[in-house]
Unconditional design. Structure first.
Length: 313
């Protein structure tokens, strides 16, 4: 179902982008192909047949701006340095042009009169701005997804290995017994003594302590354990919905590591706010999930649990 949602959002965004670009072209928002007149001031004893830095003014607009004069064989060019005082059109062209730079505009000189130093120039044409933005964002997020997935391999291998050690040593089942009352409230359909309780408790602890990278593999493992109890493999159970809820709306006793990396020690000033907001979100999330459970009851999930892994009733 999630794939259909993502596909729908992508299609809607593409339709919106194309329609906006068509409207911009119909209104000629960027004045593509229109001539702009500028008066160029060369340095003292400057020769317009040589490369040099020049100043220029735009007809109908105040202000003096800088550019690099390039006398090519066919038509001269001006590499214009974008200035905040330039007309809004010029700044928009610089921002939305296909060139990678947003601080320079490459203008072609259509006509130049050496006697008056007046030039008729063409600014770069700008088209399909919204469509290019969506395409760039899609490729950027695809690249980010690959780098994130590769970066998680080491973390997942470490924590899943520790989970195996905890399971083999019996530590997991001690944790299960300790957190049983709390787990029974959140996940009433999960059998007592099931290993999912231990994994879920570690996952919640990692979230509470702000260890996002550690919580991810533990959350995946917890969802796998709950899936073993799922009688309908293509539909999430109430327990799986609750797990997703408490992960999404987890209370934060310590700031997330990513937030510390972005803000630094200044994050300490936000801790009370973070604690209040995440606490409220957790209460609201659990309440909503419990209301959903009430209107969508399920039978207790059954699975064969080895005798040595069961806890006493």
């Amino acid at each position: 179902m999630l794939n259909y949602i993502w596909a729908g959002l992508i299609i809607i965004s593409l339709v919106f982008a194309v329609s906006q670009d068509i409207i911009d072209m119909a209104q000629n928002k960027y004045q593509n192909g229109e001539i702009h007149y500028v008066e160029i001031t060369f340095p003292e004893n400057g020769d317009h047949t040589k490369r040099q830095n020049v100043h220029f003014t735009i007809k109908g607009h105040q202000g003096v701006f800088e550019a690099a004069w390039r006398p090519l064989q066919d038509n001269p060019e001006m590499m214009i340095t974008v200035d905040p005082e330039m007309p809004e059109l010029w700044r928009n062209i610089a921002e939305d042009q296909e060139a990678s730079s947003e601080t320079q505009i490459l203008a072609s000189i259509e006509v130049f009169n050496p006697a008056t130093s007046v030039a008729a120039i063409l600014l770069p044409e700008v088209r399909y701005v919204k469509l290019r933005a969506i395409s760039n964002a899609a490729f950027s997020m695809a690249d980010f997804g690959v780098r994130l997935a590769i970066g998680l391999i080491g973390v997942m291998a470490l924590w899943l290995g520790l989970m195996k050690i905890a399971e083999a040593s019996g530590l997991m089942y001690f944790i299960v017994r300790f957190v049983q009352p709390f787990m029974r409230f959140l996940f009433p359909n999960v059998p007592k003594g099931h290993s999912a309780h231990g994994v879920i408790s570690l996952n919640l602890a990692a979230n509470i302590l702000g260890l996002g990278n550690a919580a991810t593999p533990l959350g995946i493992k917890a969802m796998e354990e709950l899936q073993k109890l799922n009688p309908s493999k293509d539909k999430a159970t109430n327990a799986q919905c609750m797990l997703l809820t408490v992960n999404t709306a987890s209370i934060q006793l310590l700031p997330p590591a990513t937030l510390v990396a972005l803000i630094g020690t200044g994050v300490n000033q936000l801790m009370i706010s973070i604690l209040i907001v995440t606490g409220i979100s957790l209460i609201v999330g659990v309440t909503a999930a419990k209301i959903y459970e009430r209107f969508n009851p399920e039978d207790d999930h059954l699975e064969d649990i080895p005798e040595d892994q069961k806890t006493e009733e």
